[in-house]
Design a protein around this ligand. Sequence first.
Ligand code: ADP
Ligand code: MG
Length: 240
Amino acid sequence: MASRMAEEKAITVCVRLRPLSRKEALGGAMQDHWKTDNNTIYQVDGSISFNFDRVFLNNESTENVYEEIAVPIIDSAMQGYNGTIFAYGQTASGKTYTMIGSKDDLGIIPRAIHDIFNKVKKFPDREFLLRVSYMEIYNETITDLLCDTQKMKPLIIREDFSRNPYVGDLTEEVVYTPEMALKWITKGEKNRHYRVTKTNQRSSRSHAIFRMILESREKDEPSNCEGSVKVSHLVSVDEP
Ligand code: ADP
Ligand code: MG
């Protein structure tokens, strides 16, 4: 997971171990081959080892991961720093479990959405405008997941006046409640399935990029005073 934090450290890389599935356990998988020691994970025979900023063991919850890794990124996004949370790993390693989760055990994205709306209340002198966008990258093609399926067309990467790249024509929806944001995610997921089925593409090679745009300004400043406006992007990337 990578992040741009307000502190010195710009990137945090951690690994989350998940419990073995029944089938894996019966087959005597992995756990016999890998051991952990603090933030190192190594093969029992000593041949390979990897160091991380943090190793989350299989008895640690998504809440642990969220509090330790995501909260600092969200706090800096509230203050105007861009942040990205990226889950990477092979199929069935636990990316969706960690990022999306379930109704009973929310993943990082829904937790972040609820948290951001709560944290807005802690900045009573700032006025927030929150927007979401959701796109998919497959091969070189970018698709808007929030527009209606019949309007779906490949989007183009453009540059603004400061030569910062952006995706042209990407839908950005203003959200006033966590429920609204979550509804847009559901719509995006539906579009994604529709598109994958229709074009017969293997979804495992696509990346879905959900972005929350946090814009805030000081309440007492006149609206034409650009200096008080902060805009940051909180991005999360999931492979299916
Ligand atoms: P991925 O998205 O990387 O392909 P999933 O998130 O779908 O993988 O996880 C694969 C399976 O393992 C799912 O059945 C999921 O519920 C389970 N799983 C993943 N991580 C954990 C965990 N930390 N604790 C319990 N079950 C988990
Ligand atoms: Mg998945």
